[in-house]
Design a protein. Sequence first.
Length: 526
Amino acid sequence: MASTNISLPLYEKIPRKNALQRTSDIIIFFLLLSLLTYRLLHLKNHGTTWLLAFLCESWFTFTWVLVLNMKWNPVIFKTHPDHLLQATGEPVELPSVDMFVTTADLVLEPPIITVNTVLSLLAVDYPTHKLACYVSDDGCSPLTYYSLVEASKFAQLWVPFCKKYDIQVRAPFRYFSNDHVITLSDSTKEFQHERKRMKDEYQHLCHKIEVAVQKSVPPCDFTGDFAEFSSVECNNHPTIIKVVWENKGLPDGLPQLVYISREKQHKHPHHYKAGAMNALTRVSALMTNAPYMLNVNCDMFVNNPEVILHAMCVLLGSKSESEIAFVQFPQVFYDGLKDDPYGNQMVVLYEYIGHGIAGLQGPFYAGTGCFHRRKIIYGLSPDNMASINGKLVEDIFSKIGNSKELTKSAIDALEGKTGTPPNHNLHSHIEAAYKVADCGYEYGTSWGTKLGWFYGSTTEDIQTGLRIHKRGWRSVNCMPNPPAFLGCVPSSGPTSMIQQKRSKNQPYMYQLLSFSHTTYTHYLST
């Protein structure tokens, strides 16, 4: 476990001044009540028209009160990654982090997008031997695996280049885009030569992936390492797990990179992204078992290379582990239209409502850009943190499945014995990993109901976050500058509306379910 003997505060919780906003909200509230009272008193004299108006205005007032309740006590969290260095200049012993990238559709999510996200994760400012990146491919595409193999070769050049020259944007497609400006400090001949070399190598990588996608098969066909992909279907295939790159404990090497495609069969429900996240949790528990897990969508690349340090400021800087369950970074998008006519940046949600929710129990889980404590994903509550006894362990792991290796790793996670020992070999856990990634492994267990990501809803992220909050945990909304993650913004109105439908309903669901303890408990028990 990481050492947290740090004299300087790692983060601050700062209340935002909003006296004028509160005064304005109170005035509006009484005006709305006056309007409703007036409608009600004169309802008999105006018939159906006023009745409809009264109902509509009542609903508007109700939703307005919900929003008011959420943004009444806004706070911001300011992190200090530089405080992770002791006064002596020696770095704190940082914990391991498992990073999850999820993709499911080769057409909607082209391999080059996933590759850029993975490359940005591999190049973050963090000890590389403490990192492992797991890519879940629910489409079981050999092209995705081929792209990762080729990307790992490019990463051996790209990661040292980014760290040597302190490159800010570490997704190659953004760094080499036309709108990237080279500063005067970057104008040395050595840098220009290295940059041109990196650009040529990246273009070569893109060309190889593009050619493979056009042919619909990897260049080596289905032989050798690709033989397992020879007869797979998107929704009917066995488990495939490949160690693309293994770090041999070198702090200046590359992080671990693992490809995972869990088993799918037509007769077994796969539970979409929630099922993929649970499979990633189990496989990573056997291979690296990091105490913290980051999950990102394949189209959300790292924009701030210190993102993990920002998250660790909160997770390590809290008074005790029983405070913060997860750290959520907002979804921010690049290449947005001028004045954001479709509201894709969701400024109101993050800048106003988000800061208000942060002053309550914390933000909801958004499904991407989030750091979780592994032990909490296993169903642990704050009351159990102080005394993890045998009865608790037995209660939790009677529900985790019949894998002895997974049970042992989960017990280690609960007791704080996480991370990988020296000379750890990922390949030695492949057989056990195949077992826990099978589609039938979860039968008779509590995965999806009491453990892991929860099933039964397309909004698995909201449901999982609400259940974590119900157990008494808090969460933190972290908004560093520059933004931690960036994604591609929808370019049309209909696409934006589809994407925002869930996001705009999240705060209302959060308040509706938390307003009534009875309603909240009933929802979570269904």
